[in-house]
Design a protein around this ligand. Structure first.
Ligand code: BGC
Length: 415
């Protein structure tokens, strides 16, 4: 063999060796965290991943609530090219598991003792037939009212604790020329307001019967009619440009005093915090009127992919997601509280502490409930059927009685 060939072969080996050494954990991560507070939060994970030798390929799909992200995911899986890790939650995790496309992350979960670090309800969402198929990052609460402190003070309004008080405050604000409710007319946002109203009016047991058991008597009850009546009032409290508005732009309306209230999960707090606003001073939080707590746990599922680097990326990502420091820093930015029970809340604000206390109380009295609007309570077909009715009612002059009839039909047809 000529020396040049030997050198070429040697350098090829060297090249291979060095690329092998250079390559390492890889992850293409599909998520829908594109607002200010959300982007700041996901950057924490990205940073930790690269600090640990990982190469992160970002696949953000804008669109609050994740509908667009889920459409993108379906297209990728159908073309046989699933992303490595996907922001996925609730029963959708199980639905993808049943398609046979998820990776098993039980090794990491066992090594890291997840079973003992998570509340049983959250751990349950992360398991598929006993194996671990997703890793949780947080607990978001959905049933919140966010308010501009100065607007309320200037108008002599206190935070409402009943829906009647909410309506009285909103009427007063309307008379003063202020938009009472900052809202974005997108189906998932309509559903977010609807489920908060429903929890308040139906109560925790009624909510469970309606949105978990899909109980016909509850879906057609007078109480459900009252829920739609309140939604009709809510429609009167939004401004004329609400249609299609993104949720974070609605949060900005509360921030700059254009509107008084927003009903939204505590990712809205992530926006206030990213803008340097101070809870209790610039903005206020209170749970929506009524008992109970609607939880929404963000998590990542790993999809079955080929290649050791990608598999290593999944293991690393799963481990980092449940890391104690990550759960703290991520949730300080995101507006949520850690999923892990052993993370100190010392650095968290008053809204987060309220969330944590209320979660514990609700857990002990049976009123800790999964959010239907954020994909924690029902499979896609059922929650989609309900949301279609909620949106059709909100955007028309449909009567509450007709909405209830349509609701029960839609639910039946979705089974
Ligand atoms: C997710 C949050 C996200 C919000 C708005 C919710 O469904 O759980 O993490 O910030 O949608 O996009």
């Amino acid at each position: 063999m000529k020396i040049t060939h030997i050198l070429a072969a040697a350098s090829a080996v060297g090249f291979l060796a060095s690329t092998t050494a250079m390559a390492g954990p890889e992850a293409e991560v599909l998520h829908w965290w594109t607002s200010g507070g959300e982007a700041k939060s996901v950057a924490v994970l990205q940073q930790e991943f690269s600090d640990n030798g990982g190469t992160w390929t970002d696949m953000p799909v804008a669109g609050g609530g994740g509908d667009a992200a889920m459409t993108a995911l379906r297209a990728r899986v159908l073309s046989g090219n699933a992303p490595t890790a996907v922001q996925l939650k609730g029963p959708a995790i199980q639905e993808w598991y049943e398609e046979g496309v998820l990776a098993d992350i039980s090794d990491v979960a066992k090594a890291e003792n997840w079973e003992n670090l998570l509340p049983a309800a959250i751990a349950g969402h992360m398991k598929c037939e006993g194996t671990w198929c997703a890793a949780p990052v947080n607990v978001h609460r959905v049933d919140w009212i966010w308010a501009n402190a100065k607007v309320l003070a200037d108008n002599g309004i206190s935070l409402p604790t009943t829906w009647d008080e909410f309506n009285a405050a909103a009427d007063k604000l309307m008379a003063a020329g202020i938009t009472p409710l900052a809202h974005g007319g997108q189906a998932w946002q309509d559903a977010t307001v609807f489920e908060a109203v429903a929890l308040g009016i139906l109560g925790p047991d009624g909510f469970r019967k309606a949105f978990i058991d899909l109980d016909e008597a509850t879906l057609t009850s007078d109480a459900m009619i009252a829920v739609f009546d309140q939604m009709r009032k809510m429609r009167g409290y939004v401004d004329g440009n609400f249609s299609g508005r993104d949720w974070n732009l609605a949060t900005a309306m509360v921030m700059n005093g254009e509107a008084a209230f927003q009903i939204m999960g505590d990712w809205a707090k992530g926006e206030f915090m990213a803008a340097g606003k101070v809870p209790g001073k610039d903005f206020l939080c209170i749970s929506t009127p009524g008992d109970g707590y609607l939880y929404n746990v963000d998590s990542f599922a790993m999809f079955a992919v080929k290649g050791d680097d990608k598999k290593a990326g999944q293991q690393l990502l799963a481990k980092l997601i449940m890391g104690k420091n990550f759960q703290k820093v991520f949730n300080l930015n995101k507006g949520s509280i850690p999923a892990r029970t052993d993370v100190s809340l010392d650095e968290f604000d008053s809204c987060a502490l309220l969330s944590s206390q209320d979660m514990a109380t609700s857990n002990s009295n049976g009123s800790l409930l999964p959010s239907y609007a954020h994909g924690m309570a029902l499979r896609g077909a059922q929650s989609g059927a309900i949301t279609d009715v909620v949106t059709a009612h909100f955007n028309s002059d449909m009567s509450s009685a007709d909405a209830v009839k349509m609701l029960v039909e839609a639910v039946k047809n979705s089974m």
